[in-house]
Write a protein that binds this ligand. Structure first.
Ligand code: NAD
Ligand code: IPM
Ligand code: MN
Length: 365
C-alpha cells in the first residue's frame, strides 16, 4: 500500500468546515485504492495570525514544502481586514504560493448536467460548458516591484503597484496551458490587455512564440474586457484560457457562476516538480461561516485534483468525481446550488452523502 504526507491547511471562516468534509472523502476514496495518508495540520491566515502573529509561520511553509501535496481551505475575515499588508491573512496565502513556487494555477469550470438549472445563465448557454483557466500565480501585479504607499509633492496619499512579467515566467505557464489543451479540445485562448499594457504586449509575443512548439494546438488571443463579456455571452467557445495572475483571479470567479456557484470550483497550483497546492477558488465566506451552509464540493473536487495532478492517483480521483456526480444525481444540494425540487442539505450532510456514495460504489474502479 502507498502512503503520502499531506499538509492540511484549513485556514479561516468556512475553510475548516469544507476541509473536514474533503479530508473524510479523500481518506475513504483513497483507502479503496490501497492509499494511506499521514496528515500534518498547520495554521495559516487569520488562524495563524492569532496563534503566532504571522499569517504564514515558517513551520507551516516547511511542512508544506516537505509534504507530497497540500490541501488548503480558505483564509481571511473581517477581524483582520484592517491589518497592515504584511499581517493580512491573504499575505500568508501569497507567501505560500510564492514559497512553493507554484506558478501554474489550473481552475476548471465544468457545468455538471445536474446543475444546469443552478446556473444564472440560460440552459442553452450553460449546458456543456467545460473550460479550464490556466492562471499565472506567482508573478504580475500581485508581486511586482515597486509597490507601496507614498506621499506626492502636494501631500496627497498615493498607493501604487507594478504589473511585471519576465519572458521566462510567461513561457513556463504558457507551456502548461498548451500541454493541458492537448489533453482537452486542443485550443488555447490567451487573454491579455496588449492594447494598453507593456507587460501584456510581451505576454502576447511570448505566448505566440511558445505556440510554435505546439503546432497541434490552436492559439487565439483576446483582450480581457472582451473575454469577460464572451464568458457570459457564449462560454462554450472556450477550451483553455491562459492568462495572468489578476485577470485569472477575476475571470475564474466569473466562470464559476456559469457552473452554478463559486462553491463548485476547485484548483490545482503546480510547478515542474515539488508538492502542489490544492484549494477551492472561493474565499472564507465570513457571511456564512460557522453555520454549516458552505458547499464543500469545490474543496472535495480539489482533493480529487490533488490525487490526479499531485500524486498521479487517477483511480482514487475518479472515485471522488463519481461520488460528486452521484450525490448531485440524488438531488442533494447546499443552498448556493439549490433549485426547486432538490433536497437541501448542509455542509456536513453533503459530506455524509458523498461517503455513502463512495461506499455503495466500492467495487467499481
Ligand atoms: P468569498 O469567496 O469568500 O465569498 C463570496 C460569496 O460567495 C459569499 O457570499 C459567500 O458566502 C459565497 N461563497 C463562497 N464560497 C462558498 C461556498 N463554498 N459555499 C457557499 N457559498 C460560498 O469572497 P469574499 O466575500 O470576497 O471574501 C471573503 C474573505 O475571503 C476575504 O477576506 C478574502 O480576502 C478572502 N478570500 C480568500 C480566498 C482564499 O483563501 N483562496 C479567496 C477569495 C477570497
Ligand atoms: C484566490 C483569492 C486570492 C487571490 C486572495 C485571497 C489573495 O482571491 O485564490 O482567488 O487573489 O489570488
Ligand atoms: Mn479570487
Amino acid at each position: 500500500s502507498r502512503r503520502y504526507n499531506i499538509a492540511l491547511l484549513p485556514g479561516d471562516g468556512i475553510g475548516p468546515e469544507v476541509i473536514a468534509v474533503a479530508k473524510d472523502v479523500l481518506n475513504f476514496a483513497a483507502s479503496l485504492e490501497g492509499i494511506g495518508f499521514d496528515y500534518k495540520e498547520m495554521p495559516v491566515g487569520g488562524a495563524a495570525l492569532d496563534l503566532t502573529g504571522v499569517p504564514l509561520p515558517d513551520e507551516t511553509l516547511l511542512a508544506a514544502k516537505e509534504s507530497d501535496a497540500i490541501l488548503f481551505g480558505a483564509i481571511g475575515g473581517y477581524k483582520w481586514d484592517d491589518n497592515p499588508k504584511h499581517l493580512k491573512p491573504e499575505t500568508g496565502l501569497l507567501q505560500l504560493r510564492k514559497g512553493l513556487g507554484v506558478f501554474a494555477n489550473l481552475r476548471p469550470a465544468t457545468v455538471f448536467p445536474q446543475l444546469v438549472d443552478a446556473s444564472t445563465l440560460k440552459r442553452e448557454v450553460a449546458e456543456g460548458v467545460d473550460l479550464m483557466v490556466v492562471r499565472e500565480l506567482t508573478g504580475g501585479i500581485y508581486f511586482g516591484q515597486p509597490r507601496g504607499f507614498k506621499t506626492s509633492e502636494n501631500g496627497e496619499e498615493i498607493g501604487f503597484n507594478t504589473e511585471v512579467y519576465a519572458a521566462q515566467e510567461i513561457d513556463r505557464v504558457a507551456r502548461v496551458a498548451f500541454n493541458n489543451a492537448r489533453k482537452r479540445q486542443g485550443r488555447v485562448c490567451s487573454v491579455d490587455k496588449a492594447n494598453v499594457l507593456e507587460a501584456s504586449i510581451l505576454w502576447r509575443k511570448r505566448v505566440t512564440a511558445i505556440a510554435a512548439e505546439y503546432p497541434d494546438v490552436e492559439l487565439s488571443h483576446m483582450y480581457v474586457d472582451n473575454a469577460a463579456m464572451q464568458l457570459i455571452r457564449e462560454p462554450k467557445q472556450f477550451d483553455t484560457i491562459l492568462t495572468n495572475n489578476i485577470f485569472g483571479d477575476i475571470l475564474s470567479d466569473a466562470a464559476s457562476m456559469i457552473t452554478g456557484s463559486i462553491g463548485m470550483l476547485p484548483s490545482a497550483s503546480l510547478r515542474e516538480s515539488g508538492p502542489g497546492l490544492f484549494e477551492p477558488i472561493h474565499g472564507s465566506a465570513p457571511d456564512i461561516a460557522g453555520q454549516d451552509k458552505a458547499n464543500p464540493l469545490a474543496t472535495v473536487l480539489s482533493a480529487a485534483m490533488l490525487l490526479k495532478y499531485g500524486l498521479g492517483e487517477e483511480n482514487a480521483a475518479k472515485r471522488i468525481e463519481a461520488a460528486v456526480l452521484d450525490t448531485l444525481d440524488k438531488g442533494f444540494r447546499t443552498g448556493d446550488i439549490y433549485s426547486a425540487g432538490c433536497k437541501r442539505v448542509g455542509c456536513k450532510e453533503m459530506g455524509e452523502e458523498l461517503l455513502k456514495s463512495i461506499e455503495s460504489h466500492k467495487l467499481a474502479t
